[in-house]
Design a protein around this ligand. Sequence first.
Ligand SMILES: Nc1ncnc2c1ncn2[C@@H]1O[C@H](COP(=O)(O)OP(=O)(O)OP(=O)(O)O)[C@@H](O)[C@H]1O
Ligand SMILES: [Mg+2]
Length: 161
Amino acid sequence: MLRFETHSPAQTEEVAAVLASTLRAGQVLLLSGGLGAGKTAFVRGLVRGLGGEENEVSSPTFALMNQYEGRLTVRHFDLYRLSGPEEVCDLGFDEFFRAGDGVCAVEWHSVAGADFWRGMDILHVRLSGEGEERAITVEGEHEPVDVGRLVQLGVGVHRTA
Ligand SMILES: Nc1ncnc2c1ncn2[C@@H]1O[C@H](COP(=O)(O)OP(=O)(O)OP(=O)(O)O)[C@@H](O)[C@H]1O
Ligand SMILES: [Mg+2]
């Protein structure tokens, strides 16, 4: 597991951008953290890291899904307004989670329930903190992360087993 400590939105975006280069098609990032924790900021960095238009990244609160093209397509979901796993399937979203032709980033994944995500190629990204301070943990299988640039920028980096 990796743990990062960021001190600004820009640093959170940079953590995501560096992580992005370690991702492969088919991965589903489940983003946890309360309102304003930085989930959408994280996706902005992810899109930048994959060569997409980061300026276009906004919360898919009403659109439910936004899509960005890059080295890998990023599909950004917000399930906050959905009623449960049936509605997620009715909208056809489960096909994207299993399609494997890009990466998915999902806010409010708990709406679908824990069982829904079993068997998928999951990375858990958890954000917490207040003020400008955020802790970000990343759990799951990914290629080695080049943390040198992050350390240079003043991001705290910790590895745990
Ligand atoms: N270190 C930090 N990392 C990320 N965001 C930060 C940080 N410090 C302050 N912020 C601020 O916190 C807010 C994060 O908003 P963001 O929309 O990314 O949250 P969210 O988790 O997607 O919320 P929601 O659940 O409402 O969609 C932004 O206003 C951002 O400027
Ligand atoms: Mg958001």
